[in-house]
Design a protein around this ligand. Structure first.
Ligand code: ADP
Length: 765
């Protein structure tokens, strides 16, 4: 049983000493120095006590209970009466109590080291420890090598652990914590755990270090390669100016305000500070290129000669008198008042009626660059205004892209199909367009990608649309609508003969000595192979003939291909459309109505059958809801006036009425067939036939009034094509009828009606 011994104490705070070490200490406290000197003369023993971190030394509990016993090897007195000690640390000791208040003398009991392990267990632990230390020392070049610390002759596990503890780098508390454990297995487990953790941290640190080193060396490598490349280029006389210098040169040549130039210069400087192979630099490069390509202040000179403009419009287009007139007026005002904000022209009309081609002609006439921006199907505001550069693959919007393409700040920009945009959750396309078109705002248009305000005030915008009612309201308000309506068969014929033939011959490399398409053939194409308001399909058919002819000339050596109505079928196959024609005879319960469709006017036959039944009403054929309601309104009207037409009151309870509109492939809707359906029902009930030479259009009210409808030009044209001579039109539409050209009205009898009574009088007479 060990006994308590009195000995001088040395208190340490941030190093951990373990048995087997030789250490140096300065003892400054006088009392302690004196005690050490005295000890030197007796057993030469001192106790090294560990002070707990961040605790004042005023109580024994501020010291760890286990410390080290050490023998004094040497003692040097210094002039200031402190002493310098060289100690050999011997073994662990337990602090029993302090013998004075100044903690310079303690009562200590030596601890016999526990060695209670069998051979194998000890060996296994030793090996584990050795392996762990080996790995640790490899990752930590600062610590001594494993054979210096745990050589083969270290066989005592206690010694081994002390040595490891002495050499690994661990925080003070962790080390002291391990020293405090007396049970050897427990101490070993703790040490192993701490070491394993430490090893993991060391491994991760080493990895991080390696990665950054790799990065550095990669960029260094690139740098050297680039330098080498430069010097090789120099040798070859190919040394080009640096990218930045080139950008700067372009910047100097750029026509732009100082403000814009300053901003671009900043970007170029920024680029030079980036790693030129990095992705950030490539984004920056693209951005600078875009900025340098934009026509900031670059303009082209306009041709303001109105006579010239008129010539160009005449040269390129047949007919369209009204449209040309309005455009020339518009251009005259612009020429006189170049700074005033002119409205934006919007050409509205069915497809293929020459809207795009008129816009191109205007650009031509004014000597302006022409850019077309298709808005059909644009749903995302970003397509107009661009993406912010923080997006991957960000691009400017199509307005800026258009300007870039034009290369000047005053081009003619055609906003095609402005009625085909749509708003959705991604932001409103219409509001972005408004900013583009509004003269108050567009001198400082902001594209998200470009970031610098762009002046659009000198751009001449022209829009096109198929239907004015589909143009978003606020946009509509800012535009001057010019309507381009469908062509008559005669107009189509002239357009084909005077413009399309030439265009297509040229496009297909044919000379007029090699092909001829006669008038009869053209008329036949218009009548039987196309059904459209414009001339697009017609142009396509002519193109088809040209291709066939070209092949014939090359393959069979034909000198000249002559196309007439007779051999048209050989070229284009069987006719696709049967000409719309009137009925063969007058019929009961069948009346011709007239309808407007986006591809032009058409007639529509309304058929009514009456059969014994229970008063049911059936509506078939492709009818929209408005049309069905219109049919019901007509029937109500008829029932309300039945007695005047000598119809038995019980008639409606005892019969079923079926209204049908054949040719269901084209869905029809709208109220304009109202009077037609009511007339057909009346004809069927009264058994009075309706003339096959009569067509009609008009909305019906419950009380039998007839209201105005739209698309009269197309409707009358359709009636005329079908060979119908008399058309009933609402009186309310008189002004529209007067606007229609004489060419269309020629040979037609148009009768104005304002009530159903008048309609029935004429139709059932
Ligand atoms: P839109 O823009 O109205 O859909 P386009 O301008 O594309 O129609 O016209 C289709 C084709 O018809 C073009 O080749 C165009 O030159 C031609 N075209 C249309 N109207 C006329 C016309 N009045 N005179 C001459 N060519 C015309």
């Amino acid at each position: 049983m060990a006994v308590n011994k009195k000995m001088p104490g040395i208190i340490i705070r941030d190093v951990v000493v373990v048995p087997g070490m030789t250490v140096n200490f300065s003892v400054i406290k006088k009392e302690a120095a004196k005690a050490c000197e005295e000890a030197m003369h007796s057993e030469q023993l001192v106790f090294v006590a560990y002070q707990k971190e961040k605790q004042k030394l005023n109580d024994i509990s501020s010291l760890y209970p286990i410390g080290m016993l050490a023998t004094i090897k040497q003692i040097n007195k210094l002039p200031d009466r402190s002493v310098q000690l060289v100690l050999d640390v011997k073994s662990r000791g337990k602090l029993v109590k302090a013998l004075n208040d100044s903690f310079t003398e303690f009562s200590v009991r030596e601890i016999k080291e526990d060695n209670d392990l069998d051979r194998f267990e000890k060996e296994a632990r030793l090996r584990n420890l050795r392996e762990l230390y080996l790995e640790y020392s490899m990752l930590n070049p600062k610590v001594p090598k494993v054979f210096d610390v745990l050589s083969r002759d270290v066989e005592d596990l206690n010694v081994a652990m002390d040595r490891v503890l002495n050499n690994v780098i661990l925080p003070y508390e962790v080390k002291v914590g391990i020293v405090q454990i007396i049970d050897i297995k427990e101490r070993f487990d703790k040490l192993l755990k701490v070491m394993t953790d430490e090893l993991e941290v060391t491994r991760i640190r080493a990895n991080i270090l390696k990665m950054t080193q790799d990065k550095v060396s990669k960029s260094q490598r690139e740098y050297f390669l680039r330098e080498q490349l430069n010097s090789i280029k120099k040798e070859l006389g190919e040394d080009s100016v640096s990218e930045e210098a080139q950008f700067m040169e372009e910047l100097n040549a750029l026509e732009a305000s100082d403000e814009v130039k300053e901003k671009i210069k900043k970007e170029i400087v920024r680029l030079s500070s980036l790693n030129s192979a990095g992705s950030e630099a490539s984004v920056e490069r693209g951005y600078i290129e875009t900025l340098l390509e934009l026509p900031w202040d670059k303009v082209s000179a306009d041709n303001t000669d109105i006579k010239h403009a008129e010539e160009v419009l005449e040269r390129d287009h047949y007919g369209l008198e009204k449209v040309k007139e309005r455009i020339l007026e518009f251009l005259s005002v612009r020429a006189l008042n170049s700074k005033g904000d002119s409205p934006i022209i919007c050409l509205v009309g069915p497809p293929g009626t020459g809207k795009t081609s008129i816009a191109r002609s205007i650009a031509d006439a004014l000597g302006k660059k022409y850019v077309r921006i298709s808005l059909g199907g644009v749903r995302d505001e970003a397509e107009i205004r661009g993406h912010r550069r923080t997006y991957v693959g960000a691009m400017p919007g199509n307005i800026v892209a258009g300007l870039k393409q034009a290369g000047v700040k005053n081009p003619l920009v055609l906003l095609d199909e402005i009625d085909k945009t749509s708003a959705d959750h991604k932001g409103d396309v219409a509001s972005a367009l408004l900013e583009v078109l509004d003269s108050e705002q567009n001198s400082k248009f902001r594209d998200h990608y470009v970031g610098i305000p762009i002046d659009l005030s000198e751009v001449l915008f022209i829009a096109t649309a198929n239907s004015a009612s589909d143009i978003p309201g606020p946009l509509y308000d800012r535009m001057e609508i010019i309507e381009v309506s469908s062509y008559t068969a005669n107009e189509k014929f002239h357009i084909a003969k005077e413009f399309l033939l030439k265009k297509q011959y040229e496009k297909n490399g044919l000379k007029s000595s090699q092909i001829s398409i006669n008038d009869a053939a053209l008329k036949r194409i218009i009548e039987s192979y196309t059904k459209e308001a414009g001339v697009r399909e017609l142009e396509r058919k002519i193109g088809e003939i040209c291709r066939k002819a070209a092949r014939d000339i090359l393959e069979n050596g034909t000198r000249k291909v002559n196309v007439s109505a007779k051999n048209l079928e050989e070229m284009l196959g069987r006719p696709k459309y049967r000409a719309d024609s009137k009925n063969k005879k007058d019929e009961i319960g069948i009346v011709r109505g007239l309808a407007w469709t986006p591809v032009g006017g058409t007639t529509l036959s309304v058929e009514v059958n009456i059969m014994p039944g229970k008063g049911a009403m059936e509506l078939t054929g492709q009818m929209g809801d408005v049309m069905k309601e219109s049919a019901l309104a007509g029937l109500s009207f008829i029932r309300s006036v039945a007695s005047k037409y000598k119809i038995e009151p019980s008639f409606f309870e005892e019969h079923d009425i079926h209204i049908h509109i054949p040719e269901g492939a084209v869905p029809k809707d709208g109220p304009s067939a109202g009077i037609t359906m009511a007339t057909a029902v009346m004809s069927a009930i009264t058994g009075t036939p309706v003339s096959r030479n009569l067509a009609m259009t008009g909305e019906i009210t419950l009380r039998g009034r007839v209201l105005a409808v739209g698309g009269l030009k197309e409707k009358i044209l359709a009636a005329k094509t079908a060979g119908i001579k008399t058309v009933l039109v609402p009186l309310e539409n008189k002004a529209d009828i007067e606007e229609i050209s004489e060419e269309i009205k020629d040979g037609m009898e148009l009768i104005y009606i304002s009530s159903m009574k008048e309609v029935l009088e004429i139709a059932l007479s």
